[in-house]
Ligand binder design. Sequence first.
Ligand code: GLU
Length: 450
Amino acid sequence: MSDQIEDTIRKFALQNAVFFKGKANPKAVVGKILGGCPELRSKAAEITPLINQIVEEVNAMGLEAQTKALSEMDSSMLVKEKKERHYELPELKNVEGRVVMRIAPGPSGPLHIGHTRVSVLNDEYVKRYGGDLVLRFEDTNPEKIDPEAYDMIPEDLDWLGVKCNRTYIQSDRFEMYYDYTRKLLEMGKAYVCTCDADHWRDLKEHRQACPCHDLPVEEQLDRYDRFLAGGYEEGKAVVVVKTDLNHPNPAVRDFVALRLVSHPHPRTGDRYVAYPMMNLSVAIDDHEMGMTHVIRGKDHLNNTLRQEYIFDYFGWKKPEYYHYGLVNIPDTVLKTSIIKGEIRDGTYSGWDDVRTGTVRAMERRGIRPEAIRRYWVEAGMKAVDIQFSWDNLYGMNRDIIDAESNRYFFVRDPVRYDIDGIDVIEGSAPKHPDHPERGDRTYRLEDPRT
Ligand code: GLU
């Protein structure tokens, strides 16, 4: 057997011994050698006794001599290779060339960790296939808007590395929603309902139409003009899209498309009183903006079913919908209304207060956007509900920052000891064990009374 083969075996045996407290395991060494040197596979039977013999010799050396021997033979083998688990998102269905996808937050505050999932997933796919990533502000609920969110959300996405190349604001698009709603009324696919809301819902539960459902189109259109002009009081009329009153899922039977709101809108003031519900504006926008694939949480499953009616009535091509499972994020304040209250009271220092789960707080805490991205790519788009693990995120973050960060420690709950006869204790440790060039950190403890 050539010296070269013996050397190779010795290197692998030494490495296995160094990694496992001085004791190499002959089977593991055989596996490593045959895995790493395919040309030796045909000689497996021949070399196994030699491997056993060399492992025995190596195991008799002791850890220190093994480490020295390996560093002389091939010092690169002293470094443990990190097993990189590689996660990849599944391919999307029906991709024909470029994709158009979207992130559609309500501007009620800055983004929090929960929003980052949809942001990262969409961004990953647009980067993979090429195409457009749309940022769409869904600001159709004037009571839930924080005007600063229109600026904060793009900043948060920027920090996350999510690149949106088209931006829309739904409050700019009301006239278009009104026009499509008029078409639905003309087609007999919608009605203006003035019934008591509870009564209407009750009828739906029993698969029954309310009296407004079948009024003639002419009358619906008269009512609609009055509706848009503010001729009804808030809560006294809504526009409803017809679906199927026999649909097995009561939530999908006829749904509200427009409602009346008197609360002024931060951007449009009191210009409009008729406000679209998300199923109307989202369906129209997803069509108008040419969405090819929509990724959303499972909580939107019923909304998808409702929105598909609108697509079908107009004969529009539907996007491919994906619904990922819900995420429970423990021990974290995410609700914008709560955070806002605490900021107002002076309890929180701002949107980036580290006790909150906002993207800004992540940034301030030293969490890297790449860690957040990796977390969500690994979670993928599965429909199962998951529990968010801060520990896993911190672990991923540690992998990213470890090499460039120096190591320090602190003692959270120090206890005082008096040691007789010792006044000073000094110690030192490298700032980073893999980077001796950065020098040491030294610690000096002395008795303050001396
Ligand atoms: N504004 C909605 C949300 O953030 C839109 C989601 C969707 O249509 O997929 O939940």
